[in-house]
Ligand binder design. Structure first.
Ligand SMILES: C[S@@+](CC[C@H](N)C(=O)[O-])C[C@H]1O[C@@H](n2cnc3c(N)ncnc32)[C@H](O)[C@@H]1O
Length: 234
């Protein structure tokens, strides 16, 4: 074994298995990702338009993929700074190219990291953010509850966590629901039916405010969790 692979193997902060799994998934897909996902990752544009960061605010996307959301938000909010992490180095290659093409490199940065365990101070020199976004990533991450905990821990007091993902499809016709669930299973996607319950219990425990919606007849679920400005005194 080379010194290089020994080093990588010994570093437990390098998420080898998740990186391999997602790179397998996206090595070819990343080239057609933005063109195809625009038709079925619904609610991402609404999330971006409701973000409304203050001037000088910092925004982190966990599972930023091709950088599509970061680039759109970066253009829409020229006063804010944007950061993204993704476990797939293939997706990050596309994100870096997109950010560079859109000439946003001074305000939009991405880095390799696992959403369940990452250190933004080490990656970006920033310990906490005003906003954290998670868009259609929780449904692909087995340890999604850990991602929620990590996201909230990286928010400033008064900060907001914005989530959009697949919902239960409960108000769609049966055939459409069955076809969609079969289609997304090809990509190892599992709608997180317990998301609202999980966020409610996090909100109860921290004094946060939770807004939860099921737009597009339940196709998607959309949540905004706002932390209290002052931490709750137990
Ligand atoms: C369906 S894509 C969504 C990309 C982007 N957020 C969007 O809305 O277009 C899911 C992304 O989550 C990333 N991902 C999967 N597991 C992850 C993990 N453990 N940590 C960070 N990112 C992860 C994948 O590599 C992929 O880029």
């Amino acid at each position: 074994m080379s010194a290089y692979s020994q080093d990588v193997g010994a570093d437990t902060s390098w998420p080898i298995e998740a990186t391999r799994r997602m790179n397998r998934m996206y090595r070819r897909q990343r080239h057609i990702y933005d063109g195809t996902r625009r038709y079925y990752l619904l609610g991402r544009d609404q999330l971006i338009s409701r973000l409304q960061p203050d001037a000088g605010a910092s925004v982190l996307e966990i599972g930023c993929g091709t950088g599509r959301n970061l680039v759109l938000a970066g253009r829409l909010y020229p006063g804010a700074r944007f950061f993204g992490i993704d476990v797939s180095t293939e997706m990050l290659t596309s994100a870096i190219a997109a950010i560079s093409r859109s000439r946003l490199t001074s305000r939009v940065r991405v880095a390799h990291g696992d959403g369940t365990a990452f250190d933004p101070q080490r990656l970006f020199g920033i310990p906490r953010f005003d906003h954290v976004i998670i868009s259609y990533s929780l449904s692909m991450i087995p340890g999604w509850r850990g991602v929620l905990q990590a996201a909230v821990a990286r928010l400033k007091p008064g900060g907001r966590l914005h989530i959009v993902d697949f919902g239960r499809q409960e108000r769609l016709p049966g055939i459409a629901r069955a076809l969609l669930l079969r289609w997304i299973a090809i990509f190892d996607v599992t709608p997180r039916d317990e998301l609202e319950r999980e966020l409610s219990s996090m909100a109860d425990g921290s004094g946060a405010d939770l807004r939860f919606e099921r737009p597009f007849r339940g196709y998607a679920q959309y949540a905004v969790l706002t932390l209290p400005s002052e931490p709750r005194i137990p």
